[in-house]
Write a protein that binds this ligand. Sequence first.
Ligand SMILES: Cc1cc2nc3c(=O)[nH]c(=O)nc-3n(C[C@H](O)[C@H](O)[C@H](O)COP(=O)(O)OP(=O)(O)OC[C@H]3O[C@@H](n4cnc5c(N)ncnc54)[C@H](O)[C@@H]3O)c2cc1C
Ligand code: SF4
Ligand code: SF4
Ligand code: SF4
Length: 398
Amino acid sequence: MIRIKNKTECCGCGACVQICPVRCISMREDAEGFAYPHADADACTGCGLCEKVCPVAVRRPERAPLRTLAARNTDETVRSVSSSGGIFLPLARKVIRMGGVVFGARFGDDGDVFHDFTADEDGLYAFTGSKYVQSMIGESYVRARDFLRKGRPVLFTGTQCQIKGLRLFLMKDWDNLYTADILCHGVPSPAVWRAYLNAAVCPPSSAVAGPADGPLEISFRDKSRGWKNYRVVIRSQGREVLNEAHSDNLYMRMYLADLMLRPSCHECRAKDGRSGSDLTIADFWGIDRLMPALDDDGGTGLILINSSKGVSLFQDALKDGAEQAEVRIDAARPFNGGFQPERHVPAGRRRFFRRFAAGKEDIMRLFSDTLNPTPAVRLWLSFVHRLRKRTGRLFDAL
Ligand SMILES: Cc1cc2nc3c(=O)[nH]c(=O)nc-3n(C[C@H](O)[C@H](O)[C@H](O)COP(=O)(O)OP(=O)(O)OC[C@H]3O[C@@H](n4cnc5c(N)ncnc54)[C@H](O)[C@@H]3O)c2cc1C
Ligand code: SF4
Ligand code: SF4
Ligand code: SF4
């Protein structure tokens, strides 16, 4: 039976919940707002399946990609709605045209992020663009297995740990399964996102329409002023309620400073080919230095093709629709934090989540305090942090 003793030992993929034959595991949010599995010991039969499918417990060897490419979609409309080179959409369209189904992460009307599927090309637009929140997988692995059993081609997309979880859950290779993961340096807490969204969309002194007034349109990676200087834009009922450069946006600053990542993201066990995906898609940061001819600041993707199935899907989907060039992965790695499996835990993380869990403070104020601690707080944090690091207790007692 699965028991999480250390928060780094669970990435929240939900594979254990979905494999349990007696369905005695459920996911519950902890005080930080990340979901963890809880098993009902009375109902558990001790079959051990939950441990066999866990992408954190099961170790896999590193795997080098077969090919690494810089690529950008030549369709500017597609690239503009995508976070980097617009490579996800043609891959997904190809699978739908084969009679298949595509799984990906989308926003709900209230801004929550969850996994869903579609067999309709128009439905794919909900999956485009990065959502910087952990996506709730729900019953997606079960649904994907149902389609696979019926012989439908399936493209499953998600973070590297979600793909590793899916592959373990499925327990065998399926010829009709394609997997593409996004290179990911970590996911923030859904509860922090909800609190932020609420404060950003319905500030206390504002009459601006809030989530209850209609679906929100959210872009974490608006490219209207360039891919590198992307902006966070939120619209409610067609009206813009937020439009900020990512470097000014408090939520993105907290995220990019690693102050609100899931504990497992600081010790990721799904990177370097361990997820078993056919393709890995990333932003090609550093393209302006390495291959300036492929950088127009509209977004260029870095594509790791990990399997022969990935080679054929990529070629079939993008043979005429992308500018591409081979690149050495070692040249691209240093520009991209998403490749690092170990991420330093910043000193202010624990204090931030303790104050967040207490629920007494305005989230914007809490973000500002965390990002700009006073010199005395900074000194205290660094002392406590060093002490906790020495005793190996960075994530307990949350
Ligand atoms: C949380 C997160 C962290 C990332 N960190 C990095 C990084 O450190 N370095 C880097 O190079 N790239 C990172 N990316 C990936 C990058 O931003 C692009 O998503 C990727 O390059 C694909 O771009 P695209 O233009 O081809 O397609 P896009 O249309 O931008 O990508 C859409 C794909 O992203 C998936 N997706 C979106 N949000 C989520 C989510 N919350 N959970 C699971 N899947 C999601 C969709 O299912 C779909 O498959 C991150 C993405 C996310 C969501
Ligand atoms: S050991 Fe088997 S029955 Fe018990 S929680 Fe795990 S999967 Fe469920
Ligand atoms: S990582 Fe996934 S399978 Fe493992 S315990 Fe967490 S939710 Fe369950
Ligand atoms: S960093 Fe690793 S553990 Fe965290 S969401 Fe990404 S793939 Fe999963």
